[in-house]
Design a protein around this ligand. Sequence first.
Ligand SMILES: O=C[C@H](O)COP(=O)(O)O
Length: 241
Amino acid sequence: MRKIVIAGNWKMYKTQAEGTEFLQGFMPTLEETPPDREVILCPPFTTLGILSKNLHGSRVQLGAQNLHWADAGAFTGEIAPAMLTEIGVRYAIIGHSERRQYFGETDETVNKRLKAAQKYGITPILCVGESKQQRDAGETESLIISQLEKGLVDIDQNNLVIAYEPIWAIGTGDTCESKEANRVIGLIRSQLSNPDVPIQYGGSVKHDNIDEIMAQPEIDGALVGGASLEPASFARIVNYK
Ligand SMILES: O=C[C@H](O)COP(=O)(O)O
């Protein structure tokens, strides 16, 4: 039985005060949310602590946007898994295209971060997806298969979420057509040894397209950027029909 997982990736938005204000608007809306939906918020590192306190005892899980593979060490600007688990972090986004594009993330470093997350009991959300150029060149399938093959070496597929995020659909309002997202997610599932790994779609998910996206049989949830920043908008997504 595949789990439904809906995560808000706040990227580099929301101070502690703004995160707290978001919760005031968002938390009451969860009364309508079916209990089988896992709801995750992934704020910036500095906002994790205050959210952890405010979410204690609630159904909302906390996710980080990255983590380092070492237990500790001289890695300026990085964060260790134990620093995250100490404040109740249960998930971590790994290999987001913005990390791959701007910060030199490779399939090899993605694999190390996935292993480190699992070592500490954190469920990694592995992001894969093609650029517009790769799509136009007909390379979507081969690129995604390669990202999965390299990223998932020695990874336990019983503690894993995957997000299919076509880069050209991120932050552009240009959502991947839901049937096409369903097709690619089916391809991703065909590459896995565990067919129950939840696979999300990400890329311009909004309040007005979530119902159609979630109606697709292969799609198990969403990784939401911009539309997760406003309580009513994220609430509508979490409470999709
Ligand atoms: O992690 C989230 C994705 O990058 C999608 O971002 P977006 O919903 O703003 O397009």
